[in-house]
Design a protein around this ligand. Structure first.
Ligand SMILES: Cc1ncc(COP(=O)(O)O)c(C=O)c1O
Length: 481
């Protein structure tokens, strides 16, 4: 009797029925979202109400409604009015590779549990290394997210650059890394996880464009070395998260070489520009980096999570988690590329290489070029439109597809202006037609867009500005009355 539930659970006919229903819903969803027929990008609900809904649904909901409720109660990245966070607008074919990965559940850590995916992952990462401009000693792997990849790269850096065997014996002297204050918070988190402490994360101030101020590098290096900190790595953002500003990677690379530092490029968002003929110049210098992260699930239209961590010298990736000290390792002995778990933080992982491979196989690198180039061009066009408007101000000229701006009125104080922009954004969230986010830069509150959807046009962006103007006027009128 008890076993019958297991038969039901694994019934392939049942599965077919359920999946046909879901595929029909998903296809409708895609069509309505991409074509802009769907008025809303999200239907806002307060967290407590959402929690109550799903508690009730578990007790009393109709199981037939589950898929449609999920679709209705989430944020729709496929809607061209989605201009919010940096998550990829998934190419539909990757839903199918995702399904295969989940069905087979080959965890990939050892070759037998992922023969094809281990081979495919090698092909994908070698192609990426070549496109970055790395030489024949390069290699890499896929891992679960930019956050984890940045941590892994810094662990590799420590193993390679710190002569003392920290992995086995712990710290015997203070260690540190250098990074721009505008870098993604996960670099700070990685340093803390590694036990570097607050003093071990040396934050270089940003320049007026929110990129690392290269002029400050020597001063900060000298100051912190004099305190007894051994600095072993420097991280360049390509680009940083809040404003999308690319650090000057060439200058950072020269500095790293001079001081024998590991140079890591956090290209989680914009490393994808290696594929853009027009914008790959932004990554100049990355070809000489020691390691680099690129997220497929941001700027390459893949689902979460599809991060590539690439190394100029793949031997380093074999040593990161090795129990032996770096100098004892023999490269060939360790180069078991087909047992990918030896090099990754995680043991079990998704067969994320399938998404990369199918897109390369079906559409080729030109699809990545077309996407990145279009989105970066669109941000420049949006900036031009904003500058022509009387009541809007850009935080900085966009270098990528991230663009921050705010509504301004000359007679408002900074506090009032911040509060107005905050209220505008809250109003937009509750309205749900557009989805955009917000950020604070040097104490100033900005509306922040990341132009992720390949079907967002300038007409959508002009409509967004009109909506903001209307909202601002209403908010101001309500304060006056
Ligand atoms: C520059 C940068 N690095 C790292 C990350 C973290 O990547 P993930 O979300 O894949 O962990 C982000 C996320 O937005 C990012 O923008």
């Amino acid at each position: 009797m008890k076993e019958s539930i297991l038969h039901e659970l694994y019934d392939s006919k049942n599965f077919q029925k359920q999946s046909e229903r879901l595929l029909a819903l998903v296809s409708l969803h895609l069509e309505a979202s991409l074509s802009g027929q769907k008025q809303k990008t999200l239907t806002w609900n307060e967290p407590e109400n959402e929690l109550r809904f799903w508690k009730d649904f578990l007790e009393k909901g109709n199981e037939e409604d589950f898929f449609s409720e999920i679709l209705n109660r989430t944020t729709h990245t496929h809607n061209p009015k989605y201009v919010g966070h940096q998550v990829g607008v998934t190419a539909p074919i990757t839903l199918l590779t995702g399904m295969l990965s989940h069905l087979l559940n080959n965890g990939m850590a050892v070759y037998e549990m992922g023969m094809s995916p281990n081979a495919i992952e090698r092909i994908v990462t070698e192609k990426l290394c070549k496109t970055v401009g790395y030489g024949s000693s390069s290699g890499g792997f896929l891992t679960s997210g930019g956050t984890l990849a940045n941590l892994t790269a810094l662990l590799s850096a420590r193993k390679a650059k710190v002569l003392h065997d920290v992995w086995n014996e712990g710290h015997i002297r203070p260690l540190g890394i250098m990074v721009c204050e505008e870098a993604h918070y996960c670099v700070d988190r990685a340093a803390k996880i590694m036990g570097l402490g607050e003093q071990g994360i040396i934050k270089i101030p940003a320049d007026e464009n929110f990129a690392m101020d290269i002029e400050k590098l020597e001063e900060y290096h000298q100051k912190n070395t004099a305190k007894g900190i051994q600095i072993f790595a420097i991280v360049g953002s390509a680009p940083s998260t809040a404003t999308g500003a690319y650090d000057n990677l060439e200058a950072i690379q020269r500095f790293a070489e001079k001081h024998n530092l590991w140079f890591h490029v956090d290209g989680a968002h914009g490393g994808a520009a290696i594929f853009s003929e027009k914008y790959k110049h932004l990554l100049k210098g990355a070809e000489k980096s020691d390691s680099m992260v690129i997220d497929g699930h941001k700027m390459l239209m893949m689902p979460t999570i599809t991060t590539a961590l690439l190394f100029k010298n793949k031997a380093h990736s074999n040593h990161t988690f090795s129990q032996k000290a770096d100098y004892l390792l023999n490269e060939t002995e360790e180069d078991e590329w087909y047992n990918s778990g030896r090099r990754t933080f995680e043991c079990t992982k998704n067969m994320m290489c399938l998404h990369w491979y199918i897109l390369l196989k079906l559409y080729g690198e030109k699809a990545f070029d077309a996407y990145v180039t279009r989105q970066y061009d669109l941000a420049k066009e949006f900036a031009r439109i904003i500058k022509e408007e009387g009541n809007f101000e850009l935080a900085v000229e966009p270098m990528s597809n991230i663009l921050c701006f705010r509504y301004v009125l000359s007679d408002l104080s900074l506090k009032e202006s911040n509060s107005l922009n905050q209220s505008i954004r809250q109003g937009l969230l509750e309205d749900g037609e557009f989805y955009l986010v917000q950020t604070k830069l040097n104490g100033i509150h900005y509306l922040r867009t990341t132009l992720m959807n390949p079907f967002t046009t300038t007409e959508h962006l002009i409509a967004l500005l009109e909506k903001i103007k209307t909202s601002a006027k209403k908010l101001i009128a309500s304060q006056v009355s």
